[in-house]
Design a protein around this ligand. Structure first.
Ligand code: IPM
Ligand code: MN
Length: 371
């Protein structure tokens, strides 16, 4: 298999984690005769610095002509506290999502026994937690009309949804539920918002086409509480853009580290894969960030191409590093390994260079050479 991948390393820790993901992809696909070519493109604060534009046309063009996009992270603190900034890094990502029509953002939430002690939840509440969030990504309040009055005293953001926008992601979520534990929870605020009532009605109308899936509905405030109280109850969670943004960050810390969660954004053409963590500017260039979010996003990319065996191998390798204490500073602030070391270890593991049963003591720090 031959694929063209656009790589957008982006801001902060984006470049260093994305490099590990590429190393791992190559190590797992090349022995099986597959080959990916990578085209590097700009987006975000990095693109503003270099071109004045958070999403240069060349990036859109390359992304539209690619088979998939691997993206690192976006954002820089110099824009965060400047509400009057006209150009912002995040505009690049939002425009890319819109240009590629990436309407479904898929965020799996898994837990790892090795990280249980880092989770804010009690161990007994973590057992069996395994759900997946389907977040609508190209509509709602993110993309509605934005206004600021001339005197600067009044602002508004419209929230708009059409049935078509709801249906297309709902079908994907129902299909995913059929492959899993056959439960779908729509999260909305139908007691207050008209758009939420449209979501509920549309999902109720589609539900009979998926008679084997049990559907329930939760208001978003209650859902936020249930994620903490009893996350095991969820299988597929479907929600609109902003609720999904907030709930997926909340859900991500259950695993013990925000650095671990991958995501896929699916649309009509090329799909985009990115860790859900931000650009973590304080860690940029220090080789300490957790590359697993990016590496596991690479696994989702391989699944997307039907390379499920290779994707499974990456997940197995990620588990192996966690179980053996090969972890970055976010997980163990004292005995930690560097970003690049974890990348090399996982690349060696998936490339069959690490024999089963090898112990931590046998792997020298910063090198994956087995002594
Ligand atoms: C995310 C991010 C983005 C969002 C930002 C960077 C625009 O938080 O992917 O969740 O809000 O969608
Ligand atoms: Mn977010």
């Amino acid at each position: 298999m031959q694929k063209n991948i656009v790589v957008i390393e982006g801001d902060g820790i984006g470049p260093e984690v994305t490099r590990q993901a590429i190393k791992v992809i190559n190590a797992v696909i090349e022995p099986n005769g597959h080959h990916f070519t990578y085209k590097y493109c700009l987006m975000g604060a990095d693109a503003i610095d270099k071109t004045g534009n958070p999403l240069p046309d060349q990036t859109i063009e390359a992304a539209l002509n690619s088979d998939a996009i691997l993206f690192g992270a976006i954002g820089h603190p110099k824009y965060d506290n400047d509400p009057s900034a006209k150009v912002r890094p995040e505009q690049g990502l939002l425009k890319l999502r819109k240009s590629l029509q990436l309407f479904a953002n898929i965020r799996p939430v898994a837990t790892y026994p090795a990280l249980q002690h880092l989770s804010p939840l009690k161990a007994k509440n973590l057992e069996g937690v395994d759900f997946i969030i389907f977040r609508e990504l190209t509509g709602g309040i993110y993309f509605g009309k934005k206004e600021l009055s001339e005197d600067g005293q009044r602002a508004s953001d419209d929230c708009v949804y059409t049935t078509e926008e709801i249906e297309r992601i709902a079908h994907l979520a129902f299909k995913q539920a059929q492959l899993r534990r056959k439960r779908l929870t729509l999260v909305d605020k139908a007691n207050v918002l008209e758009t939420s009532r449209l979501w509920r009605k549309t999902v109720q109308q589609i539900a009979p086409q998926y008679a084997d899936v049990k559907v329930d509905f939760l208001f978003v405030d209650n859902a936020a509480m249930q994620i903490i109280l009893n996350p095991r109850q969820f299988d597929v969670m479907l929600t609109e853009n902003m609720f999904g943004d907030i709930l997926s960050d909340e859900a991500s810390v259950i695993s013990g580290s925000l650095g671990l969660l991958p995501s896929a954004s699916i649309g009509k053409g090329a799909a985009l894969f990115e860790p859900i963590h931000g650009s973590y500017p304080q860690a940029a260039g220090k080789d300490i960030a957790n590359p697993l979010g990016s590496i596991l996003s690479a696994a989702m990319l391989l699944d997307h191409f039907g390379l499920n065996k290779e994707a499974g191998k990456i997940r197995e390798a990620a588990n192996w590093t966690l179980q053996n204490g090969f972890v970055t500073k976010d997980i163990d602030p004292i005995n930690f390994y560097f970003t690049s070391t974890i990348g090399e270890l996982i690349a060696d593991y998936v490339g069959g260079k690490i024999p089963g049963g090898v112990k931590k003591e046998n792997i020298e720090l910063r090198k994956s050479t087995i002594i």
